[in-house]
Design a protein. Structure first.
Length: 77
């Protein structure tokens, strides 16, 4: 196999799920505090935020490819 292709991503990492959980909890807390939303509605909001944030992170948060074909001015460093 050629070194010109990036290795496949390992998928979701534990830190991604942690960030999604933090975003969900913060969203729920802010919703209850700022709007007086009920806890049941805040829990639904937190669930939605968690799912959306986790999906976005799983799709777009990848390690940079190790076999980059562009030089970027490093010239072998």
């Amino acid at each position: 196999m050629s070194d010109h292709h990036a290795e496949p991503s390992e998928g979701a990492r534990a830190s991604n799920w942690l960030w999604a959980l933090v975003a969900a909890v913060v969203a729920a807390c802010l919703a209850v505090w700022l709007t007086g939303m009920s806890l049941a509605a805040a829990a639904l909001l937190a669930g939605a935020v968690f799912v959306v944030y986790a999906v976005v992170l799983a799709q777009f948060w990848e390690d940079p490819p190790h076999g980059d074909t562009h030089d970027h001015g490093h010239h072998g460093h």
